[in-house]
Design a protein around this ligand. Structure first.
Ligand SMILES: Nc1nc(=O)c2c([nH]1)NC[C@@H]1CN(c3ccc(C(=O)N[C@@H](CCC(=O)O)C(=O)O)cc3)C=[N+]21
Ligand SMILES: [Mg+2]
Length: 291
């Protein structure tokens, strides 16, 4: 039996269409479009592709895109100055500073300078704290996209055993928080775990976010489990995930592909977060069930 393939591209297209309808309502009510500012430092070609895709999705959703491309010699102070300007700009509802930043830049200082209510990445400690304590806030895009894909397989996640592989601030930790919010039983395993796969083998839901191509073998997947592969690894053979897809799909009940899984959902959730930030800032309600 081969697993159901969770079509991230299609789910993302559906979300983008719903966001675009929300943007139309926002424009009718407020007389302006939500705006997203993206800051790219340096010339990394992969980053440039992501930023271009983000700009296109933003405009296609009817929102304003402000792109700031800076040389890789840009200093922390110059970035802090730009972030302060964007914080004070009423046309800017969302600010995303593309990571990684050059090594000489104090990335934490830059991320913490972003107004938490414009922090569409959800990386600011205030938003991490809001998520951990159950307050409304901006939630990191990749984990949010993973939850939306999981819901297509499991409309109710309560009580399921979920194992998150990886403990980064960007994916692993917020993913665990979101799964807890859905009432899953959550285990986080990482590079220092004594026997990570022993935990993975018990899981109804596996979220892999380690950044090692094919790290999770098919033999670590419980038959029928749902597998979300966050890995985006460039190899000689192309883009591959953190899961051995060919083997895992023969065991899993459902699985996300790479490409065409988590990646497109991340961008769709970014424009979703921009509309959410714009609505919260303007004091208009937004329909969480619709987005
Ligand atoms: N502040 C910040 N926020 C981010 O969200 C952020 C970031 N920095 N830095 C880089 C990573 C990476 N990232 C991706 C988004 C979409 C795809 C995506 O759409 N991937 C396509 C394939 C694209 C391709 O072929 O390269 C897919 O998986 O189908 C990939 C990667 C967002 N990131
Ligand atoms: Mg780790």
């Amino acid at each position: 039996m081969s697993a159901t393939i969770i079509d991230g591209k299609a789910i993302a297209a559906d979300l983008r269409a719903r966001v675009a309808r929300g943007v139309t309502v926002f424009r009718d009510q407020l007389g302006r479009a939500p705006g997203l500012a993206v800051v790219l430092v340096g010339e990394d070609p992969a980053s440039a592709v992501y930023v271009r895709n983000k700009g296109r999705s933003t405009r296609e959703a009817g929102m304003e895109s402000f792109e700031h491309r800076l040389p890789d010699t840009t200093t922390t102070d110059e970035l802090l100055e730009l972030v302060a300007r964007l914080n004070g700009d009423p046309a800017v509802d969302g600010i995303l500073v593309q990571l990684p930043l050059p090594a000489h830049v104090d990335a934490q200082a830059v991320l913490q300078a972003i107004d938490p209510d414009k922090d569409v990445d959800g990386f600011h400690p205030v938003n991490a704290g809001r998520l951990a304590t159950g307050l409304d806030g901006l939630v990191p895009c990749t984990p949010l996209g993973c939850i939306m894909m999981l819901r297509t397989v499991h409309p109710n996640l309560a009580g399921l055993d979920a194992v998150v592989v990886g403990r980064s601030n960007i994916v692993g930790k917020p993913m665990a928080q979101l799964l807890l919010r859905e009432s899953c039983t959550v285990t986080v395993v990482h590079s220092r775990s004594r026997d990570a796969f022993a935990h993975v083998r018990q899981a109804d839901i596996v979220v892999a976010a380690v950044g090692i191509p094919g790290f999770i073998p098919g033999s670590a997947i419980k038959p029928g489990a749902t597998v979300i592969d966050v890995g985006i690894n460039r190899t000689d053979t192309g883009l591959v995930g953190d899961v051995d897809f060919a083997a895992a799909r023969e065991v899993a009940g459902a699985i996300t592909p790479v490409p065409g899984g988590v990646g497109p959902m991340t961008i769709a959730c970014l424009i979703r977060n921009t509309l959410v930030a714009a609505s919260l800032r303007a004091g208009v309600p937004y329909d969480r069930s619709a987005l």
